[in-house]
Write a protein that binds this ligand. Structure first.
Ligand code: ADP
Length: 581
């Protein structure tokens, strides 16, 4: 038990050190900020000293020269001290905020590079929470800690220096208590870390529930589960609350305990002052100095707690940053530069976990050919097409592009040759034009119009309130399933990639939409190497070849007429489909 505690404790520092490493690029600002922190500390000392000098002679106002000198010096010290305080604080907190910005950007770009498998095994809310909530937590703690660390030790030293010069015996006596203050700091610091970690986990649960209930809003309504969702959210809120309250309690305990210790420490001072017949002015200034000591001691005592709290969140962020990315460029990967001539699966097998999902898949598709994948749901059609852009890598066998294993090429150059139209047509919160140009930000207006025309989308887009400049999530803009699909097809047309992967929508479109979408798809498929998960008979029939998948294996393959004549699995599927149609 003790051992694990020790390790956990050690890890807090390791985490914090890693966090601090992010300040390295801004070291010059930190150093300048520290210099100003030192000036601030020296200013504290100077202010206290000159105030004492004045108090010493306060009853001797006849000495105008002293009064004048002090009247000049005091404001100067105050000004220098305040100026240093401002610059020190500004520079150092700037670094704190900047570090968090860097961390947030790094987390987001990491998320962009994770392979697809990562996302199917993570909750969206959890990822959002780590990117936003945990970094916010770090932001507060890092900015505070750095700010205090650069300034408060000097303020502390300035005050200490002053009390020592005033009466060193008294100073030593009253400062002896400070080490005692470390005990509550250590105890409560550890608690803060534990509860903060749990709190952040609950907060992630909250994000997940929120995200699910918004995305799944229709289902929630349709099944009348609003109350259930509210209760779920409420319960999670209470769990978060109970954690965060414990953090608050631990944080709030430290200062009062230290104050009690300090006051106990002041009692002997009182008697000493009486015994040593200390001048009243000195005693007052001593008390003032002890009060100015209070601020830095308070702040310094909280640093440890802030570190514990930040490291709880930093752990969660670093865990994310340290998660293996899954599919990445191989060492020495090269750009794929040639023209695509053919893609081949060579005895490909694949398993997500242990269960084999694809086995012994071999076929090839030449440029200009289209292959339809058909089979019952769960047969492995999506899995198969997901291997082409390397969303997942094969477990065994190879996928060859122009005869070379696709793992030899960089992901970017490989995917640059592909376009994908999926069932759920995802539109970004942006204009129609930008949604069409999503994969080709450099596309000209003419290119976009041309793609939309070829995708049979020009007509309805022109009728939108602001035409191509209409934001797709604007109030009052309601795009039908068929319209969204045609935007997605225009997007793929504009990308003009030689390899096309289509996951045809099953959503029933009205007859007119169906025809428009179908024609758009035919236009898109022309002259490319096409893999299509086909649901519509009209698409299947027009493909050069049909692969029938069953439990991850190709059980039949050939053109429509041939398979129909063979009277196997395909014939049965065809009969069911045509009966439904
Ligand atoms: P289809 O597209 O033909 O409906 P899929 O390729 O989606 O079939 O699924 C094939 C099999 O792989 C199914 O048994 C499914 O449960 C499994 N599967 C799909 N995606 C995952 C995943 N991310 N993790 C684990 N198993 C999966």
């Amino acid at each position: 038990m003790n051992d694990t505690r020790h390790i956990r404790h050690g890890r807090a520092w390791a985490t914090y050190r890693r966090l601090i490493a992010y300040t390295r690029p801004y070291m010059s600002r930190l150093i300048v900020g520290t210099v100003f922190g030192a000036v601030f500390g020296a200013g504290t000392y100077a202010l206290l000293t000159s105030a004492t000098k004045t108090l010493d002679r306060v009853f001797d106002l006849s000495n105008l020269r002293v009064v004048l000198a002090t009247a000049v010096l005091l404001p100067v010290f105050a000004f220098v001290r305040s100026f240093a305080q401002f610059l020190g604080e500004y520079l150092v907190e700037w670094v704190g905020q900047r570090v968090v910005m860097d961390l947030r950007i790094e987390t987001f770009s990491r998320l962009q590079r994770f392979s697809v498998g990562f996302f199917t095994s993570s909750r969206t809310g959890e990822l959002m929470s780590r990117t936003l909530n945990d970094t916010t937590m770090i932001e507060r703690a890092v900015a505070t800690v750095l700010g205090d660390l650069m300034k408060q030790p000097f303020a502390f030293l300035g005050s200490v220096f002053f009390v020592v010069s005033l009466d060193w015996r008294l100073a030593l006596g009253s400062l002896a208590l400070f080490p005692v203050c470390i005990i509550p700091i250590a105890i409560f610091g550890r608690r803060v870390r534990r509860h903060a970690r749990e709190g952040q986990e609950r907060l992630a649960d909250l994000s997940s529930i929120l995200q699910e209930s918004v995305v799944g809003m229709r289902i929630v309504r349709a099944f009348g589960m609003e109350e259930h969702e509210c209760r779920r959210f409420g319960a999670q809120c209470r769990r978060f609350f109970s954690r965060i309250v414990r953090v608050v309690r631990a944080k709030a305990s430290i200062e009062p305990i230290i104050v009690v210790i300090s006051v106990l420490g002041l009692l002997p001072v009182l008697f000493y002052a009486h015994w040593a017949r200390m001048p009243a002015a000195h005693f007052i200034m001593f008390a003032v100095a002890m009060l100015t000591l209070y601020e830095p001691v308070k702040k310094l005592s909280k640093i440890h707690v802030h570190i514990q709290q930040a490291s709880a969140s930093a752990d969660r962020v670093f865990e994310l940053l340290d998660t293996p990315m899954g599919v990445t460029d191989a060492a020495g990967a090269v750009e794929f530069k040639e023209a695509v001539s053919d893609i081949a699966f060579d005895r490909v097998a694949f398993a997500y976990e242990r269960e084999p999902v694809l086995a012994d898949i071999s076929f090839n598709v030449r440029m200009g050919e289209s292959v339809a994948l058909v089979g019952s749901s769960g047969a492995g059609k999506s899995t198969l097409v997901n291997m082409i852009p390397r969303f997942y890598d094969v477990s065994s066998g190879r996928i060859l592009l122009n005869g070379s294993d696709i793992r030899r090429f960089t992901l970017a150059s490989l995917r640059a040759r592909m376009a994908m139209v999926t069932q759920e047509t995802f539109l970004f919160n942006d204009t129609v034009a930008n949604n069409i140009a999503y994969g080709r930000p450099d596309a000209s207006r003419d290119d976009i119009l041309e793609a939309a025309r070829r995708a049979n989308a020009d007509g309805f887009i022109s009728e939108l309130p602001k035409g191509y400049e209409t934001n797709v999530s604007e109030r009052g803009v309601r795009l039908s399933g068929g319209q969204r699909q045609r935007i997605a097809i225009a997007r793929a047309l504009l990308r003009n990639a030689p390899i096309l992967i289509l996951d045809e929508a099953t959503s029933s479109l009205d007859a007119e939409s169906e025809k428009l979408v179908q024609d758009a798809l035919m236009e898109l498929m022309r002259g490319r190497a096409v893999f299509v998960i086909a649901h519509r008979l009209s698409t299947i029939i027009r493909c050069d070849r049909i692969l029938v998948l069953d439990k991850g294996r190709i059980v039949e393959s050939g053109p429509h007429a041939e398979l129909l004549a063979a009277g196997g699995v395909y014939k049965r599927l065809y009969d069911i489909q045509s009966r439904d149609a």
